[in-house]
Design a protein. Structure first.
Length: 271
């Protein structure tokens, strides 16, 4: 807020820069040590300081003698004021929280794992081919929707991307998060662990093969930079997701070409 006010030509009576830096250090230490009572006092002081700065900025912006030199800086200041007010007033159990000041589209996604209970970002769905493990589609979904509700949209993207190929999706192997969505995908046979007793031996083999998608997601995050998006906005999230999947496929094809050339060279030496 202090930096945005300075760019808009507003001189503040007190900036709290030194105290704010110390409060941020203390809050990080208390949170790491799980000393939540002390942390609560620090956060309360941070909210008080933010409210003081915001009220002074609003008073000086509405003053009759305020003449901004850069209109864009004033519009940016209004945006930061709105986001700062959301952060200052939001409570623990509020639904529409602002988790990242620079990226309002970020959501809190529950992982259900002891080592990482939550992740902050945008939900992304990937579709992987059964035999070769190629990425057929990668799409982001804002608002943290339920897994089963995104299946039809993810399959629609795959159909659009593979329309020039003699490929048609018939059997979809998923986990239990996609139960109960057969009516939304009438022309697809959805296979998951909840139908295990009614599956054929071939379908049970496909179900065991579903575990191969987890290493593919891990490689997307660790080798293809899908763990963090550096592009701005919802469009940047969508472009980043599909670009990471394209890079995964390119690396897969390069390994296949190198393996084929190595096999040809070995066959020539043996001949």
């Amino acid at each position: 807020m202090v930096s945005a006010a300075k760019r808009a030509g507003i001189q503040l009576k007190q900036t709290f820069v030194k105290e704010g830096k110390e409060l941020r250090r203390r809050a990080g230490g208390y949170a790491h040590a799980k000393q939540f009572r002390r942390l609560k006092k620090v956060v309360k002081r941070q909210r008080t300081i933010l409210g003081v700065v915001m009220r002074e900025v609003q008073r000086k912006r509405q003053a009759p003698d305020f003449a901004p030199d850069h209109p864009k800086a004033v519009s940016d200041l209004m945006m930061w004021l709105e986001r700062a007010e959301r952060i200052r007033t939001q409570q623990r159990f509020d639904k529409n929280k602002l988790y990242a000041l620079h990226a309002p589209e970020v959501e809190c996604i529950g992982k259900g794992k002891a080592r990482k209970p939550y992740e902050f970002g945008v939900k992304s769905a990937v579709v992987v081919s059964h035999k070769h493990g190629l990425m057929l589609g990668a799409r982001t979904f804002r608002g943290n929707p339920y897994d089963g509700h995104i299946l039809s949209a993810a399959l629609e993207q795959v159909t659009n991307l593979t329309q020039d190929l003699p490929v048609k999706l018939k059997h979809i192997v998923v986990d239990l998060g996609f139960r109960g969505v057969d009516a939304d995908n009438p022309d697809k046979q959805i296979i998951h662990r909840g139908k295990f007793k009614s599956l054929s031996p071939q379908q049970k083999g496909w179900l065991r093969r579903r575990q191969a998608v987890e290493p593919a997601i891990g490689h997307l995050k660790s080798d293809h930079r899908m763990d963090r998006c550096w592009l701005q906005g919802a469009l940047g999230d969508a472009l980043h997701s599909i670009s990471c999947a394209a890079g995964y496929n390119l690396r897969w094809l390069m390994r296949a070409i190198a393996g084929q050339q190595g096999a040809d060279g070995l066959a020539g030496a043996c001949a």
